[in-house]
Write a protein that binds this ligand. Sequence first.
Ligand code: CTP
Ligand code: CA
Length: 220
Amino acid sequence: AYTLGRNGDLKGRTIVVSAGGTAEPIDPVRVITNHSSGKMGYAVAEAARDRGARVVLVSAAKGLPNPPLVDVVPVSTAQQMCDAVLARTEDADALIMAAAVADYRPLSAADQKIKKTDDDLSIALAKTVDILATARGDFVRVGFAAESENLVENARAKVASKSLDLIAANDITSEGSGFGTDTNRVTLIDRDMNIDELPLLTKYEVGNRILDRVVQMFRA
Ligand code: CTP
Ligand code: CA
């Protein structure tokens, strides 16, 4: 006999989670990406699975093993992640965007490897699609915000501009919250702008705290 996490309170629910840093091609061998490890999103996915949810993990992470019993959709670019998220949220109960989506991509990827010359090089960048702002529907929408300053103010602005139900904001300079760590210290801000400063926790437990709030919203 076994017991599901939080008594299986996500049974019958479909949760779409995004994870990892997108990679935007410059040419066949180079990309623009970021330091996201994907661990936060994978931890949310595992916590939701352990509470009985059907979990779709849209992942741009590199080098993390597929979590058992999670439907992993591998993607690379912001556009690919957007297409997968829009398709998989059609019948979802919640979307949790833990991915670090590139805000800009090279305007055009070169067909051939760019050869070096004696001159400096500039690459024109185009804005990517805002996945979270675009993915709207009858499901709970949760964002993440990594900030280096003005944490609460910046995160609140994102709750408002993307009409989020909840955001998990973290100060990237705070101890134990760096990229690639197994712990994180986040402040949860909901759509009513209520603030809940969580202590330093494992990413798995941060995932559970976020899911506790999602379960409350399902009940309300
Ligand atoms: N996000 C997204 N699509 C993007 C950029 C961000 O879906 N093109 C999502 C992230 O996955 C995260 C939330 O939006 O859940 C906030 O991301 P963040 O980078 O903190 O905010 P931005 O709106 O991109 O603003 P900025 O980077 O200027 O702080
Ligand atoms: Ca951004």
